[in-house]
Write a protein that binds this ligand. Structure first.
Ligand code: HSE
Length: 297
């Protein structure tokens, strides 16, 4: 049995919802082919030139498949061919796409053994390999689609939310920001005052998403805890954010742990203008960059 999948990029955190909110977008996406083997080996092949490891124990998809194989006592193995288009290290859920794709693909070739939450459970082992943390804010929207709230990972409690009809402009400036580093620099303690502000924003954002209230979404896309620390790693972040808002973005910020920046917009033309602005700013300072215009998927 064999399956070919398209796996979406994801934007984790959605600014204020560190480690709990995320959304899937339709650009960029990975493609993955998974074949069930009669023999127990796991074979991983990449058709891209990112140089990701292919040894199963060092590969995000490989680890997920080993865990599935072990858990279900399978005599079968898997052959996986990954066509990666979501750039590793972009903050657009590249590792989550490999992990989620492996879990979803395995589930299909095995005849739907697993629930979505079980797939999230196995895919988190891939995230753990990639960043050292079992977070599901990229994996959950990748598997469920749209926007998801990870209410908890232990036990897994995922709440799929409404997917508002919004456009997303995103830029990936090619500066290196490792998820592990950008987690390490975060403050370990926060004040009650910032916590209150932050949960006001998260609650406002979730309510705005559910009610399709774009103005509420816009004024809730604020982060007083993570963004002030991490944005220092992203050249021209403040300028891109403020100019995007002037161009009509509802709001936005760092995608996942960065360095990508995303902005939400009601109209495609606005998203296009924002993408152009992002490109111009990074071209000006000679930082290679990739821009994407997409929709919440
Ligand atoms: N929530 C995670 C973080 C996402 O911000 O570190 C990393 O992809």
């Amino acid at each position: 049995k064999k399956v070919k999948l398209k796996i979406p990029a994801t934007v984790a955190n959605l600014v204020c919802g560190f480690d709990i909110l995320g959304m899937a977008v339709n650009e960029p996406y990975d493609e993955m082919e998974i074949r069930l083997l009669e023999t127990p080996e796991i074979i991983i092949k990449h058709t891209d030139s990112f140089g990701l490891p292919e040894e199963p124990s060092k590969n995000v998809a490989g680890v997920v498949l080993s865990k599935i194989q072990e858990h279900f006592n399978l005599k079968n193995g898997f052959e996986v061919i990954i066509h990666k288009h979501i750039k590793p290290g972009s903050g657009l859920g590249s590792s989550a796409a490999s992990a989620a794709g492996a879990a979803v693909g395995a589930n299909i070739v095995l005849g739907n053994l697993m629930s979505k939450d079980e797939m999230v459970h196995f895919a988190m082992f891939g995230e753990e390999l990639a960043s050292g943390v079992r977070h599901a804010d990229n994996i959950a929207p990748c598997i469920y689609g749209g926007i998801t709230l990870v209410k908890s990972t232990d036990p897994i409690d995922i709440i799929p939310l409404n997917a508002p009809n919004l456009f997303v402009a995103a830029v990936h400036p090619q500066v290196e920001v490792k998820t592990s580093d950008s987690r390490q620099i975060l403050k370990k303690n926060i004040t009650l005052k910032s916590a209150v502000e932050q949960w006001g924003n998260i609650a406002g954002l979730v309510a705005g998403i559910e009610k399709n209230d774009f103005a509420l979404i816009g004024r809730s896309l604020n982060d007083v805890i993570i963004e002030p620390v991490r944005s220092i790693l992203i050249p021209r972040f403040d300028e891109i954010k403020s100019k995007s808002l002037q161009l009509g973005a509802l709001g936005g910020g760092i995608s996942g742990s960065g360095p990508s920046i995303f902005m939400l917009a009601e109209k495609k033309e606005t998203a296009e203008k924002i993408a152009e602005l992002m490109k111009t700013i990074y071209d000006e300072i000679k930082i290679d960059n990739f821009v994407y215009i997409s929709k919440i998927n």
